[in-house]
Ligand binder design. Structure first.
Ligand code: G
Ligand code: G
Ligand code: NA
Ligand code: MN
Length: 252
């Protein structure tokens, strides 16, 4: 209830910020993009995690506005990175179920790209399987339209949902993000799971991004298993816009 009260008007008061976490090519340890992560700093409650306020924004019907704002922030940022000479990077934006289900979702993405004069190839949309399986034919249609625009679709938190693999077969996604729960447990048994996920993904021509890489040993195992990409505190924490500029200057 507290959160709900303070969430009202928070966007207008400028309490939200988008932070960026590097997406890395694992073998070369090279940044190829950033995941945009919404962050809310309430003057009263302090930092509130998206896990806590996104469901409330969905219930209140304000997620559409918030989602459009994040998308435009992230693409505006991408525009500035490109103007500063970082020409081959991409930005990954999380999409909530209700946002994805809105009838104007695809046209809004198209407009946001056009506003910044950006090709679809710079954008990854992260969607959970829960969002995609509520109406499979409609999801297939929307995803196909986005893919035709050059936009990549990442299945977020892969392996934690309830849906069967038959959905994966039908949905035109091109990236899967292995949930960090799998990366945390790289015991013999845990490694077997990760290996199987990577093998399945590769046989379907999907790119794999491993989440939550915190130590070098995890990166080493993933590289050995042929996992091409990852993110996590080992490489970098989510950063403010100003920190990204410094970070990019340091890696070039
Ligand atoms: O509490 P924590 O910070 O771990 O929560 C992160 C969660 O919030 C992740 O599931 C992430 O996908 C989600 N998230 C982060 N930014 C956004 C956003 O801009 N929109 C949506 N819908 N979810 C986001
Ligand atoms: O569900 P999603 O993968 O979008 O969640 C992203 C969340 O994961 C963000 O809140 C981000 O801060 C967090 N995160 C990023 N890297 C790591 C990591 O290495 N370890 C842990 N525990 N969380 C991470
Ligand atoms: Na995500
Ligand atoms: Mn995830």
């Amino acid at each position: 209830l507290q959160i709900e009260t303070h969430l009202r008007g928070a966007l207008e008061r400028g309490e939200f910020e988008v932070r960026y976490q590097p997406l890395m090519q694992l073998a070369e340890v090279q940044v190829f993009g950033f995941e945009a992560l919404l962050s809310w700093h309430s003057p009263v409650l302090g930092r509130v995690s998206p896990g806590d306020f996104i469901p409330l924004a969905e219930a209140r019907g304000t997620i559409g506005r918030l989602g459009r704002w994040v998308l435009r922030e992230a693409l505006g940022q991408m525009r500035r990175w490109r103007d500063q000479g970082w020409s081959d990077g991409c930005v990954s934006v999380n999409v909530s179920v209700l946002q994805f289900e809105a009838p104007d979702f695809v046209t809004d993405i198209q407009e946001a790209l056009q506003e910044q004069g950006l090709p679809g190839e710079v954008l990854i949309l992260e969607v959970t399987e829960g969002a995609l399986i509520r109406d499979v034919p409609s999801s297939v249609h929307k995803l196909a339209q986005l893919r035709a625009m050059g936009v990549s679709i990442a299945l977020d938190d892969f392996g934690t949902g309830y849906s069967s693999l038959s959905y994966l077969q039908q949905l035109p996604v091109n990236i899967i993000k292995i949930d960090r729960a799998f990366i945390r447990d790289l015991s013999e048994r845990g490694t077997a799971f990760v290996q199987a996920i990577i093998a399945l993904a590769h046989s379907l021509n999907l790119t794999v991004i491993a989440e939550g890489i915190e130590v070098n040993a995890q990166r080493d195992v993933l590289v050995a298993l042929g996992c091409e990409a990852g993110q996590g505190y080992l490489f970098a924490w989510p950063m403010a816009e100003s920190e990204v500029a410094v970070y990019l200057a340091g890696v070039d």
